[in-house]
Write a protein that binds this ligand. Structure first.
Ligand code: DGP
Length: 112
């Protein structure tokens, strides 16, 4: 499968990793929208939030258990935003489930 995030998680494409374990991989976004902009992905290929099922959702729980650890390591003591873009209307560009962790400044109230 020709998936850029699968290749990043496998170490085939370089990235700045900030956290990894057997199930998930987190790295700095190439085009940061905030002082801290980390992408957290499952190592297994799930195309987007719409493809999360009872069978594959364990890794999503693992991602959300890792987020506070990553946020702490990144110094996000005053809050942060987590979001995922799903599909065309959300302008998802990379078709591998990823959660954006944004922080390091006061974010705008706009979500859309
Ligand atoms: P989204 O629009 O939610 O699909 O966001 C995809 C994000 O992925 C976007 O913020 C830029 C980032 N990105 C795309 N290609 C690469 C890459 O090769 N390396 C890194 N570090 N980030 C990438």
């Amino acid at each position: 499968m020709d998936c850029i995030f699968c290749k990043i998680a496998a170490g085939e494409i370089p990235s700045t990793c900030v956290y990894q374990d057997e199930s998930i991989f987190a790295f700095r976004d190439i085009n940061p929208q905030a002082p801290v902009h980390v992408l957290i992905i499952p190592r297994t290929h799930i195309c987007c939030a719409d493809a999360i099922t009872d069978e594959n959702s364990d890794v999503v729980a693992k991602i959300f258990a890792a987020i506070p650890k990553i946020a702490k390591a990144e110094g996000l003591t005053n809050g942060y935003r987590v979001l995922t873009n799903c599909g065309e209307d959300a302008c998802q560009t990379v078709k591998h489930l990823h959660f954006h962790l944004l922080g390091g400044r006061k974010l705008t109230e706009q979500m859309a």
